[in-house]
Design a protein around this ligand. Structure first.
Ligand code: ADP
Length: 629
């Protein structure tokens, strides 16, 4: 086949544009990204060669070479990894295979600002080459293929690329960057070497640079020159396999950055070796910022936890090694005992892996607990970034429910404004002697929660109520019925537990209001399930009360908006007969006017609970009739 010119997929052009503009202040990361791709390619080949040793024929070594040519203004990265076929080149480099990237672009179109952090966190990988290069050439030959089956890919990163057959002497991939005019700083052995030392020291394959280049006067180290002596410039050992005492914090952070494709430091990490009838090493990191697609991404997007078996990379196995609610964790698990020919299907039902998974969960929860104890600021940042993800664990991980609940923080009627800083233990510590229940309310936002009429009686009695206003809270609370032996209850649901004296009062009030209740029931008719006298209200005229298993109106609205079927349920209206509005309704002889007032009484309770108005136009007309009268 001759040379073909093809357009990039539309999204690639967009990504290229964003990357080259946004990464400008971090342009040196191109080297880390390309070396990381080269390392992945070596990992893949090493794993495949276990079952197909012939793939290594002629070139047993797996390594990465970095060189430059000052005259030609090129930097070249060569690996002896798995290489790519023609179709793979087109699929991997000419288009955007990952749906995570698509989502990223959709989000950008949705108005999110493209900043370097965001871009760095979804791993632009190969395209970062165009930050420093105005022409990129890829020569690649798949492991097991003949030299004649090589492929040359070339592009200036402006919408098109060419692809052609080529004779490629060695297995693997070579990426040649033709540097832009003002990128001379990378045509320097010491610069490249120090970048490798900084970002890629613990790549587990040798990274080599030409030795003479460091010493030669003219700096020319074109690898095509004869008699090049290569020198390994990285540590080339698996970081996690070293004893902790030999690893500095900086080593850990740099390893994290190349592993997690993150610009930022990790917030914390945990490095452990388990010996016994099953031996394995875990090195787990908590990022300091959420990766871009954490909240939107489904399980299929999960990368970042790599499974090694005896130092050999086997696969990205975040799904197999961690429950979904810990999907923000990055790291490495290296098992001594799993069979190397393990497949994803086998992993899913593997006892040994279950044990490793259990250990990973424990380590991560230990790590978060440690943060909560020792580093309050980092812990607060962690909750901000991942708190809502962690809450999924209440639903997903029954066995650790109590541990997870202990880590959560909420706003409360006794807290500082909307700060979500109060733990369930704090709450319990402040409970009055006779209080047995942990009270909370859920709403759409802090103000809606803090202003709920249902809180009035609790305020009057000085009982603290936790204010929950994250979208996931209602769902989570459906699975968190008790903590530390204390039931959790929603102040808007069911009957309030009243003392004897209060009960009598309540009964008397209900009797006294009997005609009013009847009047309201007949005025509101089909719109309500029931009308009753409230024990919750002191100041407001009305509120909604939910039965124990009824969904909060604001959540029902959200789910409907998201296109889910939610069963209709009629609200129960609670009233405060002492309120002037109720007195007015009671005394109103004009049937139509009484009807308007009753409707407004119900509608304001619905609005406060975050329910949508069934008929906004009718509501407005009603309000106007009442205001003008
Ligand atoms: P990512 O590494 O996040 O998947 P990249 O844009 O860096 O994204 O690379 C896209 C794909 O191209 C890789 O997943 C890999 O399949 C392929 N690729 C990139 N570099 C190499 C290489 N040196 N050898 C083999 N395949 C490569």
């Amino acid at each position: 086949m001759t040379t073909q010119t093809r357009p990039f997929e539309a999204e690639v052009a967009q990504v290229l544009h964003l990357v080259t503009h946004s990464l400008y202040s971090h342009k040196e990361i191109f080297l880390r990204e390309l070396i990381s791709n080269a390392s992945d390619a070596c990992d893949k080949l090493r794993f495949q060669s276990l079952s197909e040793p012939d793939l290594l024929a002629g070139q047993p070594e797996l390594r990465i070479d970095v060189s430059f040519d000052r005259d030609a203004r090129t930097v070249t990265i060569t690996d002896t990894g798995i290489g790519m076929s023609r179709d793979e080149v087109i699929a991997n480099i000419g288009s955007i295979a990952s749906s995570g990237t698509r989502r990223f672009l959709e989000a950008l179109e949705g108005g999110q600002k493209a900043d370097a952090r965001l871009i760095g966190q979804f791993g632009v990988g190969f395209y970062s080459a165009f930050v420093v290069a105005d022409q990129v050439t890829v020569l690649t030959r798949q492991a097991g293929a003949e030299p004649e089956a090589g492929i040359q890919w070339q592009s200036d990163g402006r919408g098109e690329y060419t692809i052609a057959d080529a004779v490629v002497a060695e297995r693997g991939t070579t990426v040649i960057l033709h540097l832009k005019a003002d990128e001379d700083e990378f045509l320097d052995a010491w610069k490249l070497r120090s970048l490798i030392g900084k970002y890629s020291d613990h790549i587990a394959f040798p990274i080599r640079m030409p030795k003479q280049a460091m010493e030669s006067e003219d700096g020319d180290n074109n690898p095509a020159d004869a008699a090049i002596e290569w020198e390994v410039v990285n540590d080339a050992s698996a970081l996690w396999a070293k004893p902790k005492s030999e690893i500095s914090d900086e080593d850990y952070q740099n390893f994290y950055k190349s592993l997690g494709h993150d610009f930022n430091d990790a917030a914390a990490w945990s490095h452990n070796r388990v010996e016994g009838n099953q031996s394995f090493t875990t090195l787990l990191y908590i990022p300091s910022q959420p990766p871009f697609d954490l909240m939107m991404g489904g399980r299929d997007e999960r990368k970042g936890l790599k499974l090694y078996i005896k130092r050999v990379f086997v696969m990205d196995a975040a799904e197999e090694l961690l429950p979904n609610y810990l999907r923000f964790v990055r790291g490495v698990v290296d098992s001594d005992d799993l069979p190397l020919n393990v497949s994803r299907e086998i992993l899913q039902h593997n006892r040994q892996l279950e044990r490793i998974k259990g250990a990973c969960v424990k380590r991560v929860l230990d790590l978060i607990e440690k943060l909560s104890r020792d580093e309050p600021e980092k812990f607060a940042a962690f909750l901000k970034a991942f708190g809502n993800t962690l809450k999924e664990g209440i639903v997903e991980d029954h066995g650790n429910r109590e541990r997870i609940a202990k880590l959560l923080r909420f706003a409360s009627t006794q807290g500082e404004a909307d700060a979500q800083t109060i733990s369930l233990d704090d709450y319990i510590g402040r409970m009055a002697g006779d209080q047995t229940t942990i009270w909370y309310i859920t709403a759409d936002g802090y103000k809606a929660a803090a202003g709920s009429p249902q809180l009035e009686a609790f305020r009057a009695k000085n009982i603290e109520v936790l204010l929950m206003f994250d979208r996931i809270d209602e769902w989570m609370l459906g699975h968190l019925n008790e903590y530390a032996g204390k039931p959790l209850k929603n102040v808007a649901k069911g009957e309030l537990p009243l003392e004897e004296a209060e009960k009598q009062q309540q009964e008397q009030a209900t009797q006294a209001a009997a005609p009013l209740l009847e009047k309201l029931k007949s005025l509101l008719g089909e719109r309500v399930a029931d009308v009753r006298v409230s024990a919750r209200l002191t100041d407001s005229p009305s509120c909604l009360a939910l039965s124990d298993h009824e969904m909060a109106p604001h959540l029902a609205r959200l789910l409907r908006e998201a296109g889910q079927a939610v069963p209709d349920s009629k609200p129960t209206l609670e009233i405060n007969p002492q309120h002037a509005l109720l007195k007015k309704i009671e005394g109103e002889r004009d049937e139509a006017r009484a009807g308007d007032l009753a409707a407004v009484l119900l509608e304001q309770a619905e609005i406060a609970a975050g329910a949508p108005l069934a008929d906004p136009a009718a509501f407005v007309q009603r309000m106007n009739r009442l205001l003008v009268d």
